[in-house]
Write a protein that binds this ligand. Sequence first.
Ligand code: ASP
Length: 331
Amino acid sequence: MLIKTFIIIFLALVSHIVSAAQPFAIAIHGGAGTILKSSMTPELEAQYRKKLDDAKQLGYSILSSGGTSEQAVLSVIKILEDSPLFNAGIGAVYTYEGQHELDASVMDGKSRMAGAITGVKTVRHPIELASAVMHKSVHVMLSGSGAENFATTVGLEQIDNSIFNTKRRFESLQRAKAKMKASANWLKNEDFRYGTVGAVALDKFGNLFAGTSTGGMTAKRWGRIGDSPIIGAGTFADNKSCAVSATGHGEFFIRFNVASDICARVAYQGKSIKQAGDEVIFDVLEPVGGTGGVIIIDTKGNIHMPFNTAGMYRAARSNNGVDKVLIYREE
Ligand code: ASP
């Protein structure tokens, strides 16, 4: 009897030590751009910090109670899609025609399965639809009305496009249109697109997952699609290297295949996520005028969040001591 009790206590202790040693972590972003303390009110800054903190805490508690990295990433992104502060879901930017066309993608680092949707107008949580494409279709990417039809077949809530309206983004559209009249180079202005959301996580089972959701770029037309729903550009995950979610000037992130380039440097050149991320953001993108940033996580729970803009809304927490919410160039 005594020996049996001893064995049970011993096994419980071993399992506790093993699970305590297993790293898990989450990082999230809410967009990068000309985010300056001088142009922010204390109230607005406090709202951003609170929302990022709430989302990060939710993701961390899912991971800490044994949830998967996929559950953590999807839950966090849904919270951010529901917040008018960010350019995803409610609060998404307006197209030239005055609507909202939403893009999102997810990728699973264990299986390298992925799902993406583009130009969707009537789905409340675009990230859920991207996840459904991964789990319930034989495809990776669906677009426009086809993606919306698919959403109804998998029972996702359909809403009117106006649910995503906000006064702040409507005013941005008016300013963007005025700029477009004055200069064809308006696209370079960061003010018209920041606020994309994304999350990357590592769970206790050693699996990575990444997701990104956006309204894209203010006054976009002709069905413009950015990097966020493009696997390898805006989102990537592979348990052999890292998971990445990007935000920034999508055209550059597509051309330079940013998310998978970072993971390729980790996989094939043995670089750390810090080296790989810094190289791509500062040495590859910056010289050609590509602005933005990424959040990166590896299978040891390391996190790196480089950006080459004034700021990037971001937060991270790991079970090895990282816990932060940041906006500007601060550590
Ligand atoms: N990357 C997004 C796009 O180009 C915008 C952003 O991240 O701010 O659609």
